[in-house]
Design a protein around this ligand. Structure first.
Ligand code: ADP
Ligand code: MG
Length: 706
C-alpha cells in the first residue's frame, strides 16, 4: 500500500516505463544515439542495436520484478491483445535456466494470428501474423497481483504486410500528415520545423458501480450494458452529480488509478463527476498521437483493474443504463511542430493569420468531403444507443467554430476577405473581491460533434469503449489530403499572396455549409442539415459503407494508409462484430428472461394468489385491488412470454442467414427490434413486483447506492 503522506508524484511518475531517461542512463551512448536516430527518422532498427536495447530492457524489467514479456498490440477486436513469453532459456544439460531476451524477440513476434479478425485478409490456414515493435511508444512494465510483465507496444501485420491492427495505419497516417504539413509550412517560408505531429488528448467517460451489483446482473457481465431495468424515481434531472463533490470511496479509487497511471507514464490530469449519477471522467494531458492512443487503452485497462481492487466495477460501455446519459470519449486533436508551433493556434487576430486561415479552411474541406467517413470512425454497436439521443452529438457531422472564427469565415464568404476579428471581452464578475478576467473570444458548444476549442479541434462523437485509433487515422489522412490539394495549387502559383487569398476564399465558400454554431440537438438543425445536404447516418451499419466508397479508397490508397483489401476487410469485420454483439445481447436476454424473470414473476403471482385466498376467507369476498394487480401482472407476463418466444424464434432463424452484411442487417432490423419489445413488459413488471422478489439489482441500487 502506498502511504499517501509520502507519495511524491515526481518520484513515481514513469517509474515503470522504459523511457528516454532510462534509456540514456542504461544504454551505451552509441546505442542510445542509434535508437534515437531511428525513432526520429522513422527507420528500421538494425539487429545489433536491437540486441543491446533488448538486453538492457530485460535487465531493467527484471529489476521491476518482471518474469515475462509480451508484445502488446491492438487487433481489430477493439481491445488490446498480448501473448506472454517468459525470459527463460535453458542451456543444454545444465539443468538451470538463464534469463534472456534478444533483439529479434524485441523487434518481432509471431503470435498465432488465426483467431484474430482479419475480414478475409488471411485465410485461417495462413495463420501467420507478425507483431513489430513501435519504438516511438515506450515499453512498460505492468505490475499487479499476478506478477510483472514487460509490455512492448507493437504493430500487427499479416505475412503479406497488410495491417491487422489499429496501430499500423495510425503510424502510416501520422507519416502522411507530417509530410503534407511540412509542405504547407514551407509555403509560408518556414524552413526550420522538421516534423509535424498530431497532438491528441482523450477525455474518457465511464461509470462506476459496486462489483457485487455488477456480478448480480448477467446483462452487465455478458454485454456491458443493462438489457432490462426500470427507471428509478430520480434520474439526472437535478444536475446534482455533474462536477459534484467526489464520494470518498470513488475518490480513493481515482487516486489509486492515478498512481497506477502515473507509474506507467500516463499523464492523468483531470478527474470529475459527469452528468449522470455514478458517471465520471478522466482526462490525461495530450501527447503525440500514437502514444495517446496507446495510453487511452492503458487508461481503460487500468480503470477496470483498479476498480475491481476496490470492490467496484468500471463500466466503459457507451450506454450501460437506458434513460440516463451514456459515455463518450472526446478526441482533442491539433498539429504541432517539433519546434513548438501549433498550426491550429489562431493568434489574437485570426483574420490576419493567413497560415491559420488556410489550415482552418482545409480542415473544413476535409470534414465536409469526408463527413461520412468521420462518422463511421466513431461508430460502434454501443454508440448507436447514444448518438442523436440528445445526450451526445447528433449523427450529422458539423463543425462548431465559435463566434470569432465563424465571423472571420462569414467575412471571407461575404466580401472575399476578412478585415477584423471579434475580440474577447472583459468578464465583469460584479464582485469586488474577484478579479475581472478576459473572456475567451469563443464560447463552448456541448452539442457539436466537431468543435474548435481555442487551439485544437475536439471530436466529440467517439464511443467510450471504442479505440481512438480509427478516428485519428481518419482525421490525419483527410486533413493531409486537404493540405496536399492546397499545396498542389499554391506551390505552382506565380503570385503566392493572391493565389492564397483566392484559395482560402474558395474553400470558405464551398465548405461553409459544414459549419454550424447553434443547438445540434434541435429539430430545426436536423431540417437545416437536410437542406444543406449533409449526411445523417443513423446507425453503425448504415455508416460502414463509407469505408469502401470510391472516394475513401482513392484517398487512402493515394497516401498509402490503407489499400482496398484492407478497407474491405475492415468493413467485413465491422459487420461481423455488429451481428455477433447483438447476438450475444439477444441470447443474454433470452437467458435472463427464462431463468430469472419469468420464474420470479410466477413466484410473485403465487404469493398474490395465496394472499387473495387468505384475505377472501377472512373477509368473505375477493379483495378487488389484489385481484386487479394479479390480473395486470398476468397480462404483462403473457406479453413477456409472447415477446420472448418471438425473440427466441428470430434468434434461431439467424443461423440460416449467410453473409456478414445480411446478418448485420438482420440483427439490426429484426432482432434488435424484438429485444426492445421484450424489454417493455419486463420493465413494467419490475415496477409492480415486490422488490425482494425481483431477481436482480435495480437501476436505483446500481447508480445511486455506489
Ligand atoms: P476542454 O475543457 O476544452 O475540454 P481541457 O483543458 O479539459 O479542455 O482539455 C481536454 C483535453 O484536451 C486534455 O486531454 C488536454 O490535454 C487536451 N488538449 C489541450 N490542448 C491540446 C492541444 N493543443 N492538442 C490536443 N489536445 C489538447
Ligand atoms: Mg473537452
Amino acid at each position: 500500500m502506498i502511504n499517501e503522506k509520502c507519495l511524491n508524484v515526481e518520484d513515481i511518475y514513469g517509474e515503470n516505463v522504459f523511457n528516454d531517461t532510462v534509456m540514456q542512463d542504461r544504454l551505451p551512448k552509441k546505442t542510445y544515439q542509434k535508437l534515437k536516430e531511428t525513432i526520429r527518422e522513422g527507420r528500421e532498427l538494425d539487429v545489433e542495436t536491437a540486441d543491446v536495447v533488448a538486453h538492457e530492457m530485460k535487465e531493467w524489467a527484471i529489476e521491476k520484478g518482471a518474469t515475462h514479456y509480451t508484445h502488446w498490440f491492438q487487433p481489430l477486436t477493439g481491445v488490446t491483445a498480448e501473448k506472454h513469453d517468459s525470459f527463460i532459456t535453458a542451456p543444454k544439460s545444465s539443468g538451470k535456466v538463464l534469463m534472456s531476451f534478444s533483439g529479434k524477440e524485441l523487434i518481432k513476434g509471431e503470435p498465432d494470428a488465426s483467431s484474430f479478425p482479419s475480414g478475409g485478409l488471411r485465410a485461417t490456414f495462413e495463420a501467420r501474423g507478425y507483431t513489430t515493435w513501435d519504438c516511438t511508444s515506450p515499453a512498460f512494465v505492468r505490475q499487479d497481483e499476478s506478477g510483472a510483465t514487460l509490455c512492448i507496444p507493437t504493430a500487427f501485420c499479416s505475412y503479406t504486410g497488410e495491417a491487422l491492427d489499429q496501430k499500423t495505419p495510425l503510424l502510416r497516417s501520422m507519416e502522411v500528415i507530417n509530410q503534407q504539413s511540412l509542405r504547407l509550412l514551407r509555403l509560408f517560408g518556414n524552413t526550420t520545423s522538421k516534423k509535424v505531429t498530431p497532438s491528441v488528448g482523450v477525455e474518457q467517460e465511464y461509470f462506476i458501480i459496486d462489483r457485487e451489483n455488477f456480478l448480480a446482473r448477467k446483462d452487465l457481465v455478458y454485454t456491458g450494458r443493462t438489457l432490462f431495468g426500470a427507471m428509478p424515481p430520480k434520474g439526472q434531472e437535478m444536475d446534482d452529480h455533474y462536477f459534484g463533490t467526489l464520494q470518498e470511496k470513488i475518490a480513493t479509487f481515482m487516486k489509486d488509478a492515478d498512481i497506477e497511471l502515473w507509474k506507467l507514464g500516463v499523464p492523468s490530469k483531470t478527474e470529475h463527476n459527469e452528468v449522470a449519477p455514478a458517471q465520471h471522467e478522466l482526462a490525461p494531458i495530450y501527447e503525440e498521437c500514437n502514444v495517446a492512443v496507446d495510453h487511452n487503452q492503458i487508461i481503460m485497462e487500468t480503470l477496470r483493474k483498479v476498480a475491481n481492487r476496490h470492490g467496484l466495477q468500471c463500466l466503459l460501455h457507451e450506454k450501460p443504463f437506458a434513460g440516463v446519459n451514456g459515455s463518450g470519449k472526446h478526441d482533442n486533436w491539433s498539429l504541432v511542430t517539433d519546434d513548438g508551433i501549433n498550426l491550429l493556434d489562431p493568434g489574437k487576430t485570426p483574420h490576419e493569420n493567413m497560415q491559420f486561415l488556410l489550415v482552418l479552411c482545409c480542415i473544413l474541406a476535409a470534414v465536409d468531403d469526408h463527413a461520412d467517413l468521420l462518422r463511421e470512425s466513431a461508430s460502434d454497436v454501443g454508440n448507436d444507443h447514444r448518438l442523436g439521443g440528445n445526450e451526445a452529438p447528433p449523427c450529422v457531422i458539423s463543425v462548431y467554430l465559435g463566434e470569432q472564427l465563424q465571423d472571420v469565415i462569414n467575412q471571407l464568404v461575404d466580401t472575399g476577405s476578412a478585415t477584423h476579428s471579434i475580440k474577447g471581452k472583459k468578464m465583469e464578475t460584479g464582485v469586488r473581491t474577484l478579479p475581472d478576467f478576459m473572456k475567451d473570444a469563443t464560447d463552448r458548444n456541448r452539442t457539436s460533434p466537431f468543435a474548435f476549442t481555442g487551439n485544437k479541434f475536439e471530436f466529440r462523437m467517439v464511443g467510450s469503449q471504442d479505440t481512438v485509433g480509427e478516428p485519428n487515422i481518419v482525421l490525419n489522412t483527410i486533413v493531409a489530403e486537404a493540405f496536399s490539394n492546397a499545396c498542389d495549387v499554391l506551390e505552382k502559383a506565380d503570385d503566392f499572396q493572391t493565389a492564397l487569398h483566392d484559395y482560402i476564399k474558395e474553400l470558405a465558400i464551398k465548405h461553409q455549409r459544414i459549419t454550424f454554431n447553434g443547438n445540434g440537438y434541435s429539430r430545426e438543425w436536423a431540417e437545416e442539415a437536410a437542406r444543406r445536404g449533409l449526411p445523417d447516418i443513423r446507425s453503425m451499419i448504415d455508416a460502414i459503407p463509407a469505408l469502401t466508397t470510391d472516394k475513401t479508397i482513392e484517398m487512402f490508397e493515394k497516401f498509402h494508409v490503407f489499400n482496398r483489401a484492407e478497407l474491405e476487410s475492415r468493413a467485413e469485420i465491422e459487420y461481423e462484430q455488429y451481428a455477433k454483439k447483438i447476438n450475444i445481447e439477444a441470447l443474454t436476454m433470452i437467458d435472463m428472461t427464462s431463468k430469472q424473470i419469468i420464474p420470479a414473476v410466477m413466484d410473485y403471482e403465487s404469493t398474490l394468489a395465496d394472499s387473495i385466498i387468505a384475505v377472501e376467507s377472512a373477509i368473505g369476498r375477493k379483495p378487488g385491488t389484489q385481484v386487479a394487480i394479479l390480473e395486470e401482472v398476468d397480462e404483462l407476463l403473457t406479453e413477456t412470454k409472447a415477446a420472448f418466444d418471438k425473440l427466441v424464434a428470430l434468434s434461431r432463424k439467424s443461423h440460416e442467414i449467410v453473409g456478414n452484411v445480411e446478418r448485420a442487417r438482420y440483427f439490426h432490423d429484426e432482432v434488435d427490434v424484438a429485444m426492445e419489445a421484450l424489454r417493455r413488459p419486463v420493465d413494467r413488471l419490475e415496477m409492480i413486483v415486490d422488490k425482494d422478489m425481483w431477481p436482480m439489482p435495480s437501476y436505483g441500487d446500481m447508480i445511486f447506492e455506489v
